[in-house]
Write a protein that binds this ligand. Sequence first.
Ligand code: FAD
Length: 406
Amino acid sequence: MSLPHVVIVGAGPAGLAAAERLVEAGGVTVTVLERMPSPARKFLLAGRGGLNLTHSEPLERFLAQFGGSVAPAVREAIARFPPQDLRAWADGLGEATFVGSSGRVFPKSFKASPLARAWLARLGAAGVRLETRTRWIGFAADGGLRVESGGEARTLAADATILALGGASWSRLGSDGAWAPILAEACVPVAPLAAMNAGVEIAWSAIFRERFAGTPLKRIAIGVGAPADGAGTSEAMITAHGLEGTGVYARSAEIGEALDAAGTVALRLDLRPDLAADALAARVAAALKGRTLTERLRRAGLAPAAIGLMREAGPLPAEPAALAARAKDCALDVAAMRPLERAISTRGGVRAEAIDDRFMLRARPGTFVAGEMLDWHAPTGGYLLQGCLATGRAAAEGVLDRLGRS
Ligand SMILES: Cc1cc2nc3c(=O)[nH]c(=O)nc-3n(C[C@H](O)[C@H](O)[C@H](O)COP(=O)(O)OP(=O)(O)OC[C@H]3O[C@@H](n4cnc5c(N)ncnc54)[C@H](O)[C@@H]3O)c2cc1C
């Protein structure tokens, strides 16, 4: 009797993690379809930034980073495959990890390619078949998968399917979000795909842009539509288009949702979160009279870029208290998010009500979903890969249960 055949579509971290979990369990044959000529292209790109695999903070704090309708299911999946398991997995592939000063976890090599090579070799040795240049294009009337390769469409039968098609940024690497309308047509609720971990566009004056594009802003606090609450500091980078950087990326779901709802939102920067407003006002007042306003603000401890930002927020007031208030709550109107194409990740995707507690599509029993294409989001910091690997494994466990192989 032949073994049940599982088809995984998408050879990114989620799809490969699902394949791995299936072959660990055994008793199934596994084929991974990938539309690109080679697998894991976005994972390899992530390696260029050092490959932040996961984070070392306590699990409760780690799990609190996840948002979106599928976040509760992602948290459960991560509780079953937590950060220490991911580190052991990397170790098992010959890539020992270390904890950086920020608590983020990286492979010692800072690269993705050795890990990807070892992973693919191990999957191949375990019998996983990888079929590249093969694109999933929809469901066949008989329940099979419609795929296209070499310009020809065909139908593929599977005893279970896992879709791990990624988000919609960096489409030249393979994930283009073309699955969203296909699933919507199959009665699967899908939240609109939008940029996450992306910068924002701010209409700088020409003079500010010319002088400060490329300047980092260290130790600022960021509020979205409300003053920064002063809890912790973050950083950003002034660009020709607006602001980028971890502090902005981490807030991109809030910013995007506010823009969706109202068409406008202000980022409210505290440019000296280490100083109370009255202390800053006293410093401004104490700066020598007769000097230019800019000189006085610099003497009060504000960097040139911070003073430039204060001017971008409107004409500068003269009173020390008002100047300090501007520095503590510098409101900059966001025109838009930077385009999804260049975002690090995507928010939106297959909604929670579309899946059961095993990541199976309610509208298509036998078809499971994993990775970034689900409606969850998280900041940078290793949360994304952890979420993708954990949901890939969880979807595979759902398949094993369904096939009676767990
Ligand atoms: C510049 C950059 C840096 C990043 N750095 C980090 C980092 O350091 N740490 C971190 O945690 N995360 C990082 N990420 C995010 C992380 O890489 C992604 O979240 C992760 O790769 C998503 O995994 P996935 O398997 O869900 O999707 P993907 O990796 O996008 O894989 C999906 C696969 O499905 C294939 N596919 C899509 N549609 C079809 C179809 N119709 N038929 C067949 N195949 C299809 C695609 O070609 C692709 O190979 C980074 C992302 C970017 C862009």
